[in-house]
Design a binder for this molecule. Structure first.
Ligand code: PEP
Ligand code: MN
Length: 345
């Protein structure tokens, strides 16, 4: 339920409502707007006690939260959330491009890629250290060695880093070395991992599961918010359909829908979403046109030699070309690729 406070509600009246929400067996989540304050009551409590707050002083009305994802819903927080990753603001007035290799393969590979993507206008660096591979015989990532290389690349370029966390065991180590933690598509409903990540002080990039509905995806995000981590960015990376020409079917309507249903920023992954170098430019432009807050794109110095996801990785020249091609849709939706606010090297 949501308790909407009236415009002139006093601090004392708001505090009273918060207290009553707790007494009724719910967790209060307060959003203070410039005009109005909203107290969302989340959990399983005594509903009639909340409904009775209708007549409490300073209360405008008490309404049910329509969606099962309570804290993720725009009803609970009418203002859009901006997630700050070391000065890079995701969900603000600029589109954020995260770029880098699927996997960190060597120091040279990552450092050269980091410089190249920065030069082309990316504002964050991606790179996998722990890789979720379909076959156990495929390259599994360099682990902690990759984390150290990511840190070095971040320090030399000033680009904040995002990398995937696959297991609760690795959370502390990854937090030490990186700026944002990615929950991969295959782990979107790993509830133990989500519960653990809800307690960390780093932003989370939550990819949509290959077979997850938008509702399931937003409920996965709800685990993070309910557990105390509100710095969540959603990422559409394609779902399984009957189509086989593309690796996954990127659902751009889901980008628009998730932004409609939720206050969280939403980005798109045209690399995993298509599996094809040749489609990345077109899908990136389309994602911006539907309102994506950012893109995550795989870039490799030599895609034909990549240890993972070569067919969907752009070389430096192709990436630069895609970045240049974004100017039209950016202009059309009235945004830019702004450099990060914090000082960079
Ligand atoms: C990746 O980002 O390299 C990755 C494995 O992504 P996803 O979880 O979307 O497949
Ligand atoms: Mn990949």
């Amino acid at each position: 339920m949501i308790v909407n406070m009236s415009e002139g509600a006093t601090e004392q009246e708001i505090e009273h409502v918060i207290e009553r929400v707790r007494e009724a067996g719910y967790q209060p989540h307060v959003t203070r707007g410039t005009q109005k304050t909203i107290v969302a009551a989340v959990g399983n409590g005594r509903r009639h006690e909340l409904e009775a707050l209708q007549v409490a002083p300073g209360v405008e009305n008490v309404v049910p939260i329509a969606q099962p994802f309570k804290l993720v819903s725009r009803q609970t927080r009418p203002h859009r959330t901006v997630v700050d990753v070391q000065g890079v603001k995701i969900g603000g007035d600029a589109v954020v491009v995260m770029a880098g290799p699927c996997s960190v393969e060597s120091r040279e590979q990552l450092l050269s890629t980091a410089q190249a993507v920065k030069k082309a206008g990316a504002t964050m660096l991606r790179g996998g250290a722990y890789k979720p591979r379909t076959s156990p015989y495929d390259f599994q990532g360099l682990g902690v060695e990759a984390l150290k290389i990511l840190r070095e690349a971040s320090e030399t370029t000033g680009l904040p880093v995002v990398t995937e966390v696959m297991s609760t065991e690795d959370v502390d180590l990854i937090c030490e070395h990186t700026d944002m933690l990615q929950v991969g598509a295959r782990n979107m409903q790993n509830f133990a991992l989500l519960r653990r990540l809800a307690t960390v002080k780093k932003p989370i990039l939550l990819k949509r599961g290959p077979s997850a509905t938008v509702k399931e995806w937003l409920l996965a995000a709800e685990y993070l918010l309910a557990g105390g981590n509100g710095d969540v960015v959603l990422c559409e990376r394609g779902i399984k359909t009957f189509e086989t020409e593309t690796r996954n079917t990127i659902d751009l309507a889901a980008v628009a829908l998730a932004k409609d249903l939720s206050h969280l920023p939403v980005i798109a992954d045209p690399s995993h979403g298509t599996g094809k170098q040749s489609l990345i430019g077109a899908v990136s432009r389309a994602a911006i046109a539907v309102g994506a807050d950012g893109l995550i794109i795989e870039v490799h110095p030599c895609p034909e030699r990549a240890l993972s996801d070569g067919p969907q990785s752009l070389d430096f020249t192709a990436f630069e070309k895609v970045m240049r091609s974004l100017s039209e849709p950016l202009r059309a939706v009235g945004t830019t690729l702004k450099p990060r606010v914090a000082a960079s090297a």
